[in-house]
Design a protein around this ligand. Structure first.
Ligand code: FAD
Length: 291
């Protein structure tokens, strides 16, 4: 794989990295694991003069959890780390499942969850669960720090709300609410090692009687960005999630999707899979509420 010429910069601190982004604005790209970036360079889809590698920055490798604030996932947390971290497996098993279903073991040992999000592919494996769990992206730039709710993060294929001089520093995932459950479902045309044809993340919160108080459903690969299934979410409000209710919500999610046909699947197949995977996700998430 031949690459265009560039100068590689390896700052040792976030401040240094931000300054480099400011200094070479418009000519520089951030590299985390490089599993998306290097492919785009090889295809000549991008030709930056400078690449800033963020792997050496110690504060970006953090994974920490506390029951009040939830999870902080540093930008350099590898897909492998997230899939295998015992704290994530215990408190956020669907984040671990999504990371584990991304690519191959070799790619998971290089690529990051943050890179997967910042790449802003509508079919990315880690977006639906993070949207369902209402995560926040913390971005830093020479101007300071800001928090971007994940619902406002994705602007279109390959486009995020990050400004050119911003580095996404960490992902904040709220602590799991009492009586809440989450699910991640994926279908891809080949074996498990493939980009999703459709993926769905769902989180439900129920009251003591099992009535749905909150539902967040995110559909991947069926629109220009990971899409909230808002019609299905509204329908679930105040209902007990029985098999029949989950089926009806799945059908409504089908109307929330706006799929296209491409090499991976036809739009008809995608819509059908949204219906089926949403039902599955809701039933698994309901099961997780332990009601
Ligand atoms: C063979 C193969 C199979 C794959 N299979 C899958 C799959 O099944 N599912 C899937 O979802 N993806 C898949 N991918 C895509 C890719 O591996 C993931 O998207 C990965 O998580 C990207 O992370 P990274 O750290 O390598 O990002 P990089 O390639 O380093 O960066 C990706 C993009 O995000 C930007 N970026 C990265 N980090 C930051 C940051 N902290 N702040 C601001 N911008 C940042 C970069 O500038 C770049 O534009 C596959 C890729 C390959 C090569």
């Amino acid at each position: 794989m031949s690459l265009p010429k560039f100068t590689y910069l390896a700052p040792a601190s976030l401040e240094e990295a931000c300054n480099l982004l400011g200094k070479y604005q418009g000519k520089i790209r951030i590299k985390a694991g490089g599993t998306d970036l290097m492919v785009r360079l090889a295809q000549r889809a991008l030709k930056p003069e400078y690449i800033v590698g963020i792997r050496q920055i110690p504060e970006l490798a953090t994974i920490s959890f506390n029951p009040e604030e939830g999870l902080r996932l540093g930008a350099m947390a590898l897909l492998y780390d997230v899939a295998c971290n015992p704290i994530i497996q215990e408190h956020y098993p669907m984040l671990a499942r999504a990371a584990k279903s991304t690519a191959t073991v070799q790619i998971r040992n290089m690529g990051t969850v943050m890179g997967n999000i910042c790449n802003a592919s509508p079919s990315a494996d880690n977006s639906p669960t993070l949207v369902a769990m209402n995560a926040t992206i913390v971005a830093v730039s020479p101007a300071g720090e800001r928090k971007i709710p994940i619902d406002e993060f994705f602007l279109g294929p390959g486009r995020s709300a990050l400004e050119p001089m911003e580095i996404a520093k960490e992902i904040l995932v709220p602590a799991p609410l009492p009586r809440s459950g989450v699910s991640y479902q994926k279908i891809s045309p080949r074996s498990k090692v493939d980009i999703a044809a459709v993926n769905v993340g769902a989180m439900v919160v129920v009251d003591e009687q099992g009535t749905c108080q909150q539902a967040r459903i995110c559909l991947g690969a069926v629109g220009p960005v990971p899409l909230r299934a808002s019609t299905a979410e509204e329908f679930l409000q105040g209902k007990v999630i029985t098999d029949e209710v989950a089926e009806q919500a799945g059908a409504l999610a089908g109307t929330d999707a706006s799929p296209i046909s491409d090499v991976r699947a036809s739009k008809e197949y995608r819509r059908l899979m949204v219906i089926i995977l949403t039902k599955r996700a809701l039933l698994e998430a309901r099961h997780g509420t332990s009601i």
